[in-house]
Design a binder for this molecule. Structure first.
Ligand code: SAM
Length: 198
């Protein structure tokens, strides 16, 4: 089964009620990414999309920080789990990022959604991110350049390749190793900030 289908992810959630990627809370690098983005004009109150939101930890944290958040996932257990954990305050959507009509947004917050894509879909995925953003909107991403040799997802991507792909739509403002990663991910994840070209 292909990770491009909701059935693939449904099966993961069926087999693992708490999948291995789930940290039972927001990513420790969420704050680091927002701080890095602050100098590029991100401000609380803006509209943020969280594609592939899983159980919604990052989305709920962004809402707590004052953003208006729409969080999408195409796997029903993800959205059900997010609603059960966090209730209202986030606009939860059972939706495929490649087909969504939500937006436009000021920011796309991308934590383990890009890297969940099969590499052949990366360009299309970034096309959608750019399409769903307002002019000058920001793509904030947490990506992996080392997945311990395991087959994806998540699919690793070197930092320079991520930059090259993003440059199709974005002025790349920041590509740096994360410094506040969860110990399980230390030294293996990096942060990207791209500003959509008008
Ligand atoms: C590795 S999980 C990460 C979940 C969450 N971001 C986290 O870190 O806890 C990837 C999630 O992306 C979702 N996903 C994958 N492709 C998607 C698509 N095209 N549209 C919406 N959700 C998608 C999957 O259902 C899954 O819940």
């Amino acid at each position: 089964m292909s990770p491009s289908t909701p059935e693939y992810w449904q099966k993961v959630y069926d087999e693992e009620p708490r999948p291995g990627w789930d940290m039972d809370g927001p990513s420790p690098v969420l704050a680091e990414l927002l701080e890095a983005a602050a100098i590029h004009g991100i401000s609380a109150g803006g509209e943020i999309a969280v594609p592939g939101c899983g159980f919604g930890h990052d989305a709920a944290e962004l809402a707590r920080r004052g953003y208006r958040v729409t969080a999408l996932d195409f796997a029903p257990p993800a959205i059900e789990g997010a609603k059960a954990r966090y209730g209202d305050g986030v606009c939860w959507r059972l939706d495929d990022w490649f087909a969504t009509q939500e937006g436009p947004f000021d920011v796309v917050f991308d934590h383990t959604c890009f890297v969940a894509m099969e590499p052949a879909r990366r360009r299309d995925y970034l096309d959608v991110c750019a399409d769903r953003l307002k002019p000058s909107g920001l793509w904030l991403a947490v990506l992996f350049d080392d997945t311990n040799g395991r087959p994806g997802p998540p699919f690793q991507i070197p930092m320079d390749k991520a930059r090259n792909l993003a440059e199709a739509h974005f002025d790349v403002l920041h590509v740096q190793r994360a410094t506040q990663s969860h110990p399980r991910r230390a030294g293996r994840e990096f942060l990207v900030i791209g500003r959509k070209r008008k």
